[in-house]
Design a protein around this ligand. Structure first.
Ligand SMILES: Cc1cc2nc3c(=O)[nH]c(=O)nc-3n(C[C@H](O)[C@H](O)[C@H](O)COP(=O)(O)OP(=O)(O)OC[C@H]3O[C@@H](n4cnc5c(N)ncnc54)[C@H](O)[C@@H]3O)c2cc1C
Length: 86
């Protein structure tokens, strides 16, 4: 087992953990705090679930977006959500 010293440990490198790590690093830098932040992930790679979102395009807001790309028995829900973005 590896032992790593850190000041802040964020568990889970999904979208939330990745963003939390970035924001924590940015905010601490503003105050010249030289803290070590470690992001721990049990999977072999970080952000794995992000890869399957947006129909494999990683985000709801990709350029080629259409409700027909979503797997659902209620596509009107996707249509409604997508209609809220220009
Ligand atoms: C099929 C599908 C399509 C989706 N499409 C979209 C979309 O188009 N747009 C959109 O905005 N959202 C979409 N989502 C939702 C989006 O993927 C999730 O809301 C988002 O990934 C949640 O992020 P999270 O960091 O909260 O959780 P997760 O992504 O679940 O991340 C948690 C991480 O913590 C890790 N973890 C858990 N326990 C431990 C532990 N003890 N030690 C170390 N690591 C641990 C897990 O392995 C995981 O990597 C979709 C989800 C799915 C399943």
């Amino acid at each position: 087992m590896n032992v790593v010293n850190s000041d802040i440990a964020i568990i889970g490198a999904g979208a939330s953990g990745i963003i939390a790590s970035i924001i924590a690093a940015r905010e601490l830098k503003k105050y010249n705090k030289n803290y070590n932040i470690i992001l721990l992930e049990k999977n072999k790679r970080v952000g794995k679930k992000i890869l399957i979102t947006g129909n494999g395009k990683c985000n709801i807001s990709n350029t080629n977006i259409s409700p027909k790309f979503y797997y659902s028995t209620e596509l009107e829900r996707a249509e409604y959500a997508l209609s809220k973005f220009n």
